[in-house]
Design a protein. Structure first.
Length: 124
């Protein structure tokens, strides 16, 4: 199992999944083939073994297919018994209620993952 590093594009977020339990997703998520993009990430989350995992998510836009894949990835992390503790830092742009509400919905649907919400200033 190796670290995953993916550069952001106009349609896919940057990914930095480190074996030490620091997971980072940032950008827009509307890939042409959402399953092909997220499947390796989901499989990586199933195999991850780490004491403490902190995932930072900064998604400023996602389509409905990406929402499903992000939720599946979080569910796999939530169910992974090789992870002792997991925290999600959900970052959203000031005033972006849609992204905030998506994070809140995800938190309700997961079993053991606390979310911390971080609002950041709107970028121009």
């Amino acid at each position: 199992m190796n670290e995953i590093l993916i550069e952001a594009t106009n349609s896919t977020p940057a990914i930095d999944f480190d074996l030490n339990g620091r997971l980072f997703i940032k950008g827009r998520s509307l890939p042409n083939d959402v399953k092909a993009f997220y499947k390796p990430l989901i499989e990586w989350c199933i195999d991850l073994s780490a004491g403490s995992v902190v995932m930072d998510i900064y998604i400023d836009y996602f389509n409905s297919a990406s929402i499903k894949m992000l939720l599946e990835m979080l569910r796999r992390l939530d169910a992974n018994n090789k992870i002792e503790s997991l925290i999600v830092n959900w970052h959203y742009e000031e005033g972006d209620e849609s992204v905030l509400e998506t994070g809140q919905l995800f938190e309700e649907l997961l079993r053991r993952v606390p979310f911390r919400y971080h609002e950041y200033a709107e970028t121009t």
